[in-house]
Write a protein of this length. Structure first.
Length: 101
């Protein structure tokens, strides 16, 4: 079942219809990391530190440790941070601005 679904995705989205020479498919259960208790408070402290004059916008953090564990969400966040740097000329972006909302 996994193999046929994967081949279907390749055909539908990437237009790859040539059969592969080999296929390995596995279900990885419990593979998404869970944040520990107090994670949100630690992120708030990191945001404050990065926004402080000590760092003054010289470092932004991105990735699954800081917001979302999914690849698509992390790509979107990277785009948001890059957009803020280039269009708003805001070089004090920490990557943790979402904590303010």
């Amino acid at each position: 079942m996994l193999k046929s679904r994967a081949l279907g995705v390749l055909a539908d989205h990437l237009k790859i219809i040539t059969p592969p020479s080999s296929i390995n498919a596995h279900i990885h259960r419990n593979c998404i990391a869970q944040y520990t208790v107090g994670h949100l408070n630690r992120l708030k402290k990191i945001h404050s530190a990065l926004a402080s004059p000590t760092w003054s916008g010289r470092l932004s953090v991105l990735g699954s440790s800081y917001k979302a564990v999914g690849i698509n969400d992390n790509i979107a966040l990277a785009h948001e941070v890059a957009h803020a740097y280039t269009t708003k000329h805001d070089h004090s972006i920490t990557g943790l601005e979402w904590l303010r909302s």
